[in-house]
Design a protein around this ligand. Structure first.
Ligand SMILES: Nc1ncnc2c1ncn2[C@@H]1O[C@H](COP(=O)(O)OP(=O)(O)O)[C@@H](O)[C@H]1O
Ligand SMILES: [Mg+2]
Length: 292
């Protein structure tokens, strides 16, 4: 296995050391060491059930874990999800829908409230970022300023997916963990979405990208980690990963599973935002989990 880390000059945003999660007898994450640098897009791929969502849950504080999680060199593995959000780390949720009745701007404003009113009041008192500017900035980064007043159903699916990303970028987000943010997009939309992710990363944001679309991840990621049964079985550049026998083996015969997952994701994308408050399972959709 190739052990690739970020280049020496990139600022280290996320580092996990020996991160493990156990669900009863199931080891969902085993000793995971991952890094994400500023401006990097790092892929996390693996077959269905490999532990990708669990990893995001563990890093963001929604799953009980052992091992270390550092954001910008600071240990946060004992902190609440809310406090982890405040160090500039945000996530999206698999099947995280938008509020259909709210405009794009309002969908982001909801996320502002969840960043923490106290933090924003402090910002205002300090004369730094006024709350209103926070939403505009996030819209600008993903290129959605022109559709700020539209409702989600007036947008293309690709734009809707970007609203989901923008919601995570609201506030001083430096690091985003995206759990299948492109699910349901066709190849063309997926490539356009990838271009937007590149633009976001170019602003210095570090991105951990989970996706089943191999052409997207291989195209857009600087580096990738491959999970299988909770373990990192390979890491490296897209070229290195493609040729790795362990990766090929993990994916061999999983074509059917992949197809099923795509169908599932497409269905999830079409479900109403009532799942926002769902508490069933780790994949339940709620963008602003830090309020829980
Ligand atoms: N809340 C949970 N309770 C018990 N087992 C879970 C829970 N969440 C995930 N698992 C199990 O952990 C493993 C990894 O799941 P998950 O992280 O969702 O995989 P992926 O996102 O890669 O598809 C699976 O075996 C899954 O059944
Ligand atoms: Mg998952």
């Amino acid at each position: 296995m190739t052990d690739t880390t970020i280049s020496a000059d990139a600022e280290l945003l996320l580092q996990t050391r020996g991160l493990s999660v156990h669900y009863g007898g199931v080891t969902a994450n085993a000793d995971i060491d991952i890094t994400v640098g500023a401006g990097e897009i790092v892929g996390l791929i693996g077959p269905n059930g490999a532990g990708k969502t669990t990893f995001v849950d563990a890093v963001t504080g929604f799953a009980k874990s052992s091992g270390e999680v550092l954001v910008s060199g600071q240990r946060i593995d004992r902190a609440s999800p809310h406090r982890r959000r405040r160090v500039g780390m945000a996530r999206t949720w698999q099947a995280g829908e938008l509020f259909a009745d709210l405009t794009v701007e309002q969908n982001l404003a909801v996320a502002v409230q969840r960043v923490g009113l106290r933090a924003l009041v402090t910002d205002v008192l300090n004369g730094s970022r006024p709350a209103a500017g926070v939403v505009e900035k996030a819209l600008d980064v993903v290129g959605l300023t022109d559709v700020a007043d539209r409702r989600p159903d007036e947008l293309t699916l690709g734009q809707q997916k970007l609203v989901g990303v923008a919601r995570a970028l609201v506030g001083d987000t430096r690091l985003v963990l995206l759990d299948e943010p492109a699910a349901g997009l066709d190849t063309h939309e997926s490539l356009a979405f990838g271009d937007e992710l590149r633009r976001i990363a170019a602003t210095g944001v570090g991105i951990l990208l989970i996706d089943h679309d191999m052409s997207l991840v291989l195209d857009v990621c600087d580096r990738l980690y491959v999970l299988d049964f909770g373990r990192v079985i390979a890491s490296g550049t897209p070229t290195e990963i493609q040729d790795d026998p362990a990766v090929v083996a993990a994916y061999l015969g999983s074509a059917e599973v992949e197809a099923d997952t795509h169908a599932e994701s497409a269905n999830e994308a079409g479900t109403p935002p009532t799942t926002e408050s769902s508490t069933t399972g780790t994949d339940a959709g709620d963008t602003g989990g830090e309020s829980r």
